[in-house]
Design a protein around this ligand. Structure first.
Ligand code: P5A
Length: 440
């Protein structure tokens, strides 16, 4: 992408409304725009990061055996009356009437709708296990939307729903998602700690929140320091292996971790003082096992091997991609701007032409830009006639992992400079060597 052709409205001033660093940086870099309270547009730079986050989520969901579909945002109130949640959900649910005066709602979550899909098609245990997910907008009329897309009213959620014949099978489904979540967050450069959590309006009594430790987090959390050293399940993890999945779960729940709602003071105090961690955290995922809470009232039953009908055991599993983007920034920034982990960076490299209009600089940059693109890379080429200082500041602000700086002095010797955004390390290389480094 040529910066002169891109749409990246950088703000010069720090926006006053932003209280936390991720919100400030997302506004300054032109990643998002607030459209009304708690409702955001994702501008091109933000959309590119969001897409990368979603791609990782998708890969790990698919790897664990979940299958993608897409359900609508608008739902009929009838379904929610069947489960009994229509009245329970309260003011957080946005209720709408269509032109025939039929009560509708903007989905805050999809347990009812997926249960309806399931009961319409699946009748036998032979079609189980099944785990269906989508990545779709949700609406919750939060009392206090804040911190940009960290807590918004309209937000994106990856929500998966598992169906099994028995509780035992459902626990395996839960453990599979648990392992998939560890991999998902780790690939984004985050260490998420699973913590026992309150189940709220989703229900059940077995749930874990995945928490990123950050001073600006909204939750108060308590855990053991050992989490820092736990291994993340490898890429070749066998998600079918029941005992293997259980052992990952057991390991990661073997030491104390709880959110304030589930905090057990005595258990926490039993941990040696130097190993206790009392901190703030951001909830980036939440998984639930709730048995037959929805299948029973909504009649989602399958025939078992015994020839009888059984309500299915279900769980649901959420991740907030539009919250993850600011969470990653909270975890990875410095005084000059964002420092994206490579896996979610909006571009692979930014190519800075220090003297646009100079034939040697233009020519070298064009060659580099074309070669990078031909090699399947996604560079941002700063071909504008801004001052070099402005270009450097922008490159640092948007946090692309690698900067290629091409100026007339270096190019006189056929050389460019590479700067690693994270470490600040600089290296002077020939154009060819720089290319090899970026492509290799
Ligand atoms: C699990 C999937 C559920 O809704 N039903 C389907 C279950 N869980 S949850 O914990 O309520 O939400 C799942 C994740 O969505 C993100 N999230 C939000 N992100 C931004 N703004 C919000 N207002 C918001 N509310 C929830 C969180 O990442 C949460 O873990």
């Amino acid at each position: 992408m040529r910066l002169s052709r891109f749409f990246m409205p950088i703000l010069k001033e720090n926006p006053k409304e932003a209280e936390i660093v991720s919100h400030r940086l997302m506004l300054r870099t032109g990643m998002i725009r607030q459209q009304s309270q708690g409702i955001y547009s994702w501008l091109p730079l933000g959309k590119k990061v969001l897409d990368k986050v979603n791609a990782i989520i998708r890969e790990e969901q698919n790897r664990s055996g979940a299958i993608e579909l897409l359900m609508p945002t608008l739902q009929s109130a009838e379904l929610w009356q069947e489960s009994g949640r229509y009245d329970d959900y309260g003011k957080e649910m946005l209720r709408i009437k269509d032109r025939q005066e039929r009560p509708m709602l903007y989905g805050p979550t999809n347990e009812e709708m997926i249960t309806d899909i399931f009961r319409s098609y699946v009748k036998s245990y032979k079609n189980l296990p099944l785990n269906l997910y989508h990545i779709q907008l949700k609406f919750r009329d939060e009392i206090r939307p804040r911190f940009g897309t960290m807590r918004s009213r309209e937000f994106l959620m990856k929500d998966a729903y598992s169906f099994d014949l028995t509780k035992e099978d459902a626990i395996h489904a839960y453990n599979r998602m648990f392992a998939a979540y560890l991999r998902t967050f780790s690939r984004m450069g985050l260490r998420a700690i699973p913590m026992r959590a309150d189940t709220g309006p989703i229900g059940g009594n077995h749930s874990h929140e995945f928490i990123i430790l950050a001073d600006t987090g909204e939750s108060e959390v308590f855990c053991h320091r050992d989490f820092v050293n736990f291994d993340i399940p490898a890429e070749d993890t066998n998600f079918e292996d029941v005992a293997g999945m259980q052992s990952i779960f057991d390991k990661w729940t073997s030491v104390y971790a709880a959110t304030s709602e589930m905090h057990d003071e005595a258990a926490f105090d039993a941990i040696p003082e130097g190993e206790r961690l009392s901190a703030r955290g951001i909830e980036v995922g939440h998984i639930f096992y709730f048995g037959t809470k929805y299948s029973e009232p909504m009649g989602a039953k399958v025939q078992g091997p015994d020839g009888k009908e059984h309500p299915v055991h279900m769980g649901s599993y959420g991740i907030g991609p539009t919250r993850l983007v600011p969470a990653i920034i909270e975890a990875s920034h410095d005084e000059n701007g964002i420092v994206w982990p490579a896996a979610v960076a909006p571009f692979d490299a930014v190519l800075i032409n220090m003297k646009a209009g100079d034939a040697v600089c233009d020519d070298a940059c064009e060659r580099l830009y074309t070669a990078l693109r031909n090699a399947g890379k996604d560079p941002l080429y700063d071909d504008t006639d801004d001052r070099a200082g402005t270009k450097f500041a922008t490159a640092d602000l948007i946090g692309v992992p690698m900067q290629v700086i091409a100026g007339p002095r270096g190019l006189a010797n056929g050389e460019v400079e590479l700067k690693d955004r994270k470490t600040g390390a600089r290296e002077t290389l020939t154009v060819e060597a720089a290319l090899n480094r970026l492509v290799g």
